[in-house]
Write a protein that binds this ligand. Structure first.
Ligand SMILES: Cc1cc2nc3c(=O)[nH]c(=O)nc-3n(C[C@H](O)[C@H](O)[C@H](O)COP(=O)(O)OP(=O)(O)OC[C@H]3O[C@@H](n4cnc5c(N)ncnc54)[C@H](O)[C@@H]3O)c2cc1C
Length: 477
């Protein structure tokens, strides 16, 4: 292990902002992915100047720096595979400005998504890209991953909401990117490049974000389906009908069964269900959208269709979907839910086929997989439920992932819709971007010539990191 000069770091951030205890290092060695590796130190800066000094020190001493927000990334983005400093940005968590006149806010990167929306609520506005992990996800991490969420089908992903930012570059320089305006046509859109760069190009120390009015009316509906294919086809048909859902989510039979096992919701154990929502300032317009979606569901043999404006009813409809992630771990006492091949997007016309493929591939490989997600955005999630102690199950998972990804690419989909690349998706990323890898590597080299920011990620990830090695699970040999 390379030595870091703890004293130099203490001089920058103070003793209370550094951790080198092995138990702390262990915890910060993983995120919500299957991967783990030990960092050398955890450093929590409190301001931009400290970030600049840390980067200057790290750059001069060729020490890897892995910027971390909530650590909820699902693909190993913050796992320090070459060791180094974990730069814990949660100490920079101030909302700097809420500007109602110019319709933007400025925040530090460690602000948690839910906290931002709580602060915006009294002004009648909200920040829409919100992922399902909004209780822990930070704005910096959402920028790093280009996160999106249930309402992205109408309001867009993080990249759409970021107007500008301040970034500390690997050499410690501070750069202001983007603008405070809605439009900006001055050269390379570097702030957009930072979104989705997974902490490999710079450290975001401030972000300027747009927000939108909270709609007066929200109506949520649900439709059951006895066939996954019908539900999948209804998704495409809703989107092609000209409807503008503010949410369109799919849950399959595995997901419904898992939710029923953990919560007393009494969901009907059908093949699939669609949850849909419309919102707006005019009730008649919302009614119109909801009726349109209900009609499409009916045309695709949807059953038990109903909708409600009542906030309590809406919360009830959505509760199962909201708690799905922890529920999946209870599907079977012997199976753990792993974030592998967890997030893809395919064209709408392929949603039904994709959902079917997931089940088919799972069965052929003796594992359980579920199909769910923000399907209105073309996004399809899955989790692999398996006995993580069994080596053969990891081999089966790897086979299943390869088959799922091959299918996704064959229909012009992408193997990462919103969870990013990190380590888990790196092999597939390299295949998907094979003809632009040279450009991506050149950008990385131009901004980070010493390769200190999150090294070994995205196109740099070694093949053997993708699955089944350096896991945070203990696997029997
Ligand atoms: C239960 C659960 C549900 C989820 N649901 C969703 C969902 O609906 N949609 C979705 O998109 N994702 C989802 N995720 C994945 C994840 O929560 C999001 O991608 C989230 O945005 C990550 O935020 P974070 O603060 O935890 O980032 P981290 O995991 O800490 O970091 C993510 C990436 O951003 C980089 N980064 C962090 N801060 C900075 C910074 N200041 N400057 C530069 N780079 C930085 C990191 O280096 C890393 O590469 C979910 C995860 C869980 C566990």
């Amino acid at each position: 292990m390379k030595k870091i000069d703890e004293k130099a770091l203490i001089d920058i951030v103070g003793e209370r902002n550094i951790k080198t205890d092995p138990s702390d290092l262990y915890v910060y060695g993983s995120d919500s992915s299957v991967h783990h590796a030990m960092p050398w130190a955890i450093v929590r800066p409190e301001n931009t100047e400290q970030v600049q000094k840390i980067m200057t020190y790290a750059n001069e001493n060729l020490i890897p720096v892995i910027t971390r927000g909530g650590g909820s990334g699902m693909c190993g983005q913050t796992v320090p595979i070459q060791g180094g400093i974990i730069l814990d940005m949660k100490g920079m968590n101030k909302i700097l400005e809420i500007n109602l006149e110019d319709v933007y806010c400025r925040v530090q990167p460690g602000v948690v998504d839910d906290d931002l929306n709580l602060a915006l609520k009294p002004y009648g506005v909200f920040y829409p890209p919100t992922p399902a992990s909004s209780r822990i996800a930070t704005i910096g991490g959402e920028i790093g991953n280009n996160a999106s969420g249930v309402r992205s089908v109408k309001y867009g992903a993080t990249r759409d909401a970021v107007l500008g930012m301040k970034v500390v570059l690997p050499n410690g320089d501070l750069a202001s990117l983007g603008a405070h305006t809605r439009v900006e046509a001055s050269g390379y859109q570097l702030h957009k490049l930072m979104v989705g760069s997974e902490g490999t190009l710079g450290v975001v120390v401030e972000a300027t974000l747009s927000f939108v009015p909270i709609p007066e009316f929200r109506c949520m509906g649900v439709s059951n389906f006895n066939s996954l294919k019908d539900a999948g086809e209804a998704i495409g048909a809703i989107m092609a009908s000209g409807a503008t859902p503010s949410m369109l989510e799919l849950v399959d039979s595995v997901a419904i069964k898992a939710v029923n096992k953990t919560m007393d919701l009494g969901l009907k154990e059908v093949a699939a269900a669609l949850i849909f929502e419309a919102d707006g300032m005019v009730k008649e317009a919302v009614d119109y959208e909801i009726e349109k979606m209900k009609k499409v569901c009916l045309q695709h043999r949807g059953e038990d269709i109903y909708s409600s404006y009542d906030p309590k009813e809406r919360a009830k409809i959505f509760l199962g979907r909201k708690k799905l992630f922890p529920a999946l771990s209870k599907y079977d006492d012997n199976l753990a839910s792993t974030s592998l091949a967890d997030d893809m997007a395919v064209p709408y016309s392929k949603m039904a086929e994709m959902a079917g493929k997931i089940h088919e591939i799972a069965k052929a490989n003796d594992i359980v997989m579920t199909a769910y997600g923000h399907c209105g955005s073309g996004c399809m999630h899955t989790k692999i439920l398996m006995d993580t102690k069994r080596k053969d199950q990891w081999a089966s998972a790897k086979k299943a992932i390869t088959q799922v990804y091959d299918y996704v690419r064959s229909v012009n989909g992408t193997t990462s819709a919103e969870h990013g690349i990190g380590l888990s998706k790196a092999e597939s990323f390299k295949e998907e971007k094979s003809d632009s890898l040279v450009v991506l590597s050149a950008i990385k080299k131009a901004l980070d010539p010493n390769n200190i920011l999150n090294p070994g990620k995205l196109m740099q990830a070694p093949e053997d990191w993708v699955t089944a090695t350096n896991l945070r699970y203990s696997v029997n040999s």
